[in-house]
Design a protein around this ligand. Structure first.
Ligand code: C5J
Length: 229
């Protein structure tokens, strides 16, 4: 189904059959107290606002049988896939691999590494475990999208200026149209959230488009009404 999303810097038409929803790193380590995000001194409640809109978008995508892909940032338990330069920064007690209230920080298989219950993947939804900030780096995401003939990505998740931005830039260079849903993203730093979105839509949409969950949901219902009329 063709849908037109009211977005910035311009409206964008996408084909829902050739679109994937990518939910970036909505993990307990980033969103819940006691995780990596809080250990770094961040106020994790700043990310909470993204959960409900993300859930609505996820339900709509599932209802319209769109491909839904979840990502998680994290490393093997022996940290062999984590560069030393990534591990050896910050206070040793709160580094990647250190033990925290939700298990070892950003380590695959630990409770904190998992996706929050509100957005938990269902059967058939691929989960990409990524060692970096970008979802394409050292993962099979590109292959999955290619095999599903995906052309456009709806992007939600955390944090706006880190993993969301990195993934959007990677995707843009690979030829995907990226539509970032602003209220489905979050940052510990409100000003970075705004700047991260501004950078994507600047210069005629240099990396992609920015819309809200309501714009996306409305686009579906407008197209459905047109189809039955
Ligand atoms: C960070 C992420 N912020 N998912 N990861 O380290 O944005």
């Amino acid at each position: 189904m063709k849908i037109i999303i009211d977005s910035e810097p311009s409206s964008i038409e996408i084909d829902s059959a050739r679109t994937a929803l990518i939910i970036i790193d909505m993990q307990r380590d980033f969103l819940e107290p006691g995780g990596f995000g809080e250990a770094l001194g961040n106020d994790v409640s700043r990310l909470a606002g993204a959960i409900v809109p993300c859930r609505k978008v996820l339900e709509a995508a599932r209802a319209h049988r769109m491909l839904v892909i979840h990502t998680r940032e994290g490393h093997r338990p022996d940290l062999s896939d984590a560069p030393r330069a990534k591990i050896e920064r910050g206070t040793p007690a709160v580094r990647i691999g250190a033990s925290g209230p939700m298990g070892r920080i950003l380590v695959r298989g630990e409770p904190g590494h998992d996706i929050i219950p509100e957005l938990y993947p269902i059967s058939g939804e691929p989960v990409i475990d990524k060692p970096g900030k970008g979802a394409f780096y050292q993962t099979d995401l590109a292959l999955l999208l290619q095999n599903h003939a995906v052309e456009s990505l709806i992007i939600c998740g955390v944090t706006t200026e880190v993993c969301v931005n990195t993934t959007v830039r990677e995707a843009n260079d690979r030829g995907f149209r990226c539509i970032v849903l602003a209220d489905c993203c979050g940052s510990y730093f409100p000003e970075f959230h705004e700047a991260g979105l501004a950078m994507i839509k600047a210069q005629g949409g240099i990396f992609g488009w920015v819309a809200n969950s309501q714009d996306f949901l409305l686009a579906f219902s407008v197209s459905e009404r047109a189809a039955v009329a």
